[in-house]
Design a protein around this ligand. Structure first.
Ligand code: SAM
Ligand code: SF4
Length: 477
């Protein structure tokens, strides 16, 4: 199918926008917060209930330091008691940066004539995946600009290519997608290639602000983007990721937008978003942020905690856009996935020589603030007593709604998630870890086994670890 901006409008007539900016602004302006209400809502979230839009406004309007501390402590407790200490690792892989859209904030925008445009050839793609596998990655998110070259058929082709790359003990077991909104037909084509999550970020949920930043191409159309994940659902992709680019408009409005979007998906499809992303706007080529909307570290950490409480069952993704210290803090408030060893320049994973910074800026979409290797990220997680995980079991066993099960099925995390995290960490240690990371890793595994033993038998996990030591791979529950 030839992919044109018009082609994804045809099936969309029934899709109506569900964001009422005035409603959100009124809620933010008129909802009164108090320490008592904040306490009540934290208890509501801790008893595994979803917060309403109005509840979320109460938390957003809590500005005294005692309430903010309670919100952060509440998110921390929710994360610790429900999800434990696992952190899932992944890497983004940029496949092509050709783009017809003109998003003011993005280095790939069509008006940026300095940008060096590139699409990985199949050969380049294989090399990139081999390099990622050599580092120990098992989960990727493929990223594309919006361009007729990146049709659903092309995206599906790249997904299949990635799954077919096997180097040594390496393989990619889950491919997620971050690409342009598609038609229902287009989503079906991509779904058939075996993707995990399809992510589309709304960038800003505020319609007027959206118009200001999106100056050309199909992405100009707010409603087309807003309803894109409805089309994904109609196409049978029930694993979707939502997100907002924090820094384009008032961050409180964006949090409300994310919660409203979640409500919409729950109401219409009986399943909420698999993941929520909350990237903070970074400098990109000549783009200068509007200081009114710049999100401070203080507000950013608060908003992550509020999202954790408002939508307690969903996966929360933090990326290398954030500096190490912020990553460290928000991991406590409920982030469940982070990237490690990230490179945003096309072809850079397999390209060994260092480029100087000015060369880089013309090839990257924006600057990242954490350029540590995957091993360094894992090493630090181990130091902080987290359990790094490359688990892909639910998706591969057809256990859809995995985050919801983690959240709602008693014992699910211990029985499946922790056990699989331990097994995938054991594989990483055997195949890729540096000696000192390996030593720390085995200690963390031992400690986690001891913790699990208080609740269940661990003989089968231990026997599988021995099988992994002898060379077997991909053992999961
Ligand atoms: N082209 C597709 C799209 O726009 O949805 C997918 C790829 S785009 C490269 C992925 C995401 O990068 C965007 O949705 C946006 O949120 C994020 N992004 C763009 N410019 C950014 C910047 N300057 N800082 C941080 N994130 C940015
Ligand atoms: Fe293109 Fe996406 Fe960048 Fe917009 S954010 S210019 S659509 S790559």
């Amino acid at each position: 199918m030839i992919f044109t901006p018009e082609s994804y409008k045809i099936p969309d007539k029934s899709m109506m926008p569900f964001i009422d900016a005035e409603e959100i602004e009124n809620l933010l302006a008129n909802t009164v917060s108090s320490p008592e209400k904040v306490d009540q809502l934290i208890n509501k979230a801790l008893s595994k209930k979803r917060l309403t839009l109005q509840d979320t406004a109460v938390l957003l309007n809590a500005n005294d330091s005692a309430s903010i501390k309670k919100i952060k402590d509440g998110a921390r407790l929710l994360k610790e008691t429900i999800y434990g200490n696992r952190i899932v690792l992944f890497a983004p892989l940029y496949v092509g940066n050709k783009c017809l859209n003109n998003c003011e904030y993005c280095g790939f925008r069509s008006s940026n004539k300095e940008a060096i445009r590139k699409t990985l050839t199949d050969e380049d793609l294989v090399k990139e995946v081999e390099a990622l596998e050599d580092n120990g990655q098992k989960r990727l998110i493929l990223v594309y600009g919006e361009h007729p070259d990146y049709s659903p058929e092309y995206i599906a082709h790249t997904v299949k290519t990635v799954y077919n790359v096997k180097k040594g003990n390496g393989e990619i077991r889950r491919v997620n997608i971050n690409a342009a909104p598609l038609s229902i037909e287009g989503f079906k084509t991509v779904k058939d290639s075996g993707i995990g999550t399809y992510q589309v970020f709304q960038e800003t949920y505020h319609p007027k602000a959206y118009k200001k930043y999106h100056l050309g191409g199909a992405k100009k159309d707010y409603t087309n983007r807003l309803t894109s994940l409805d089309r994904a659902m109609e196409a049978g992709i029930d694993d979707v990721g939502i997100g907002a680019l924090f820094g384009l408009h008032d961050w409180r409005f964006e949090v409300m937008g994310l919660v409203r979007h979640t409500n919409h998906l729950e109401a219409c499809y009986n399943v909420g978003p698999h993941t929520i992303s909350f990237p903070r706007l970074q400098d990109a080529s000549t783009f200068i942020q509007d200081d009114r909307y710049r999100v401070s570290d203080e507000d950013f950490t608060k908003l992550v905690a509020i999202l954790r409480l408002a939508v307690p069952y969903t996966g929360m993704i933090l990326t290398a856009r954030e500096p190490e210290a912020i990553r460290k803090e928000v991991l406590h408030y409920g982030v469940s996935q982070i990237d490690g060893g990230t490179k945003l320049e096309l072809g850079e994973y397999s390209h060994k020589e260092e480029l100087n910074h000015s060369q880089n800026l013309n090839k990257e979409q924006f600057k990242i603030n954490d350029d540590r290797s995957l091993n360094e990220v894992i090493d630090e997680l181990l130091d902080d007593c987290y359990l790094p995980s490359f688990c892909t079991a639910c998706y591969r066993l057809g256990r859809t709604g995995e985050h919801f099960m983690e959240f709602s099925v008693p014992g699910f995390i211990k029985r499946y998630c922790s056990a699989n995290a331990i097994l995938t960490l054991a594989e990483y240690i055997m195949d890729y870890a540096t000696p000192s990371t390996a030593e720390k890793g085995w200690k963390v595994i031992e400690k986690n086994l001891l913790d699990l033993e208080k609740f269940q038998k661990t003989d089968e996990i231990k026997s599988r670890i021995e099988r992994i030591k002898k060379g077997e791979r991909d053992l999961y529950f």
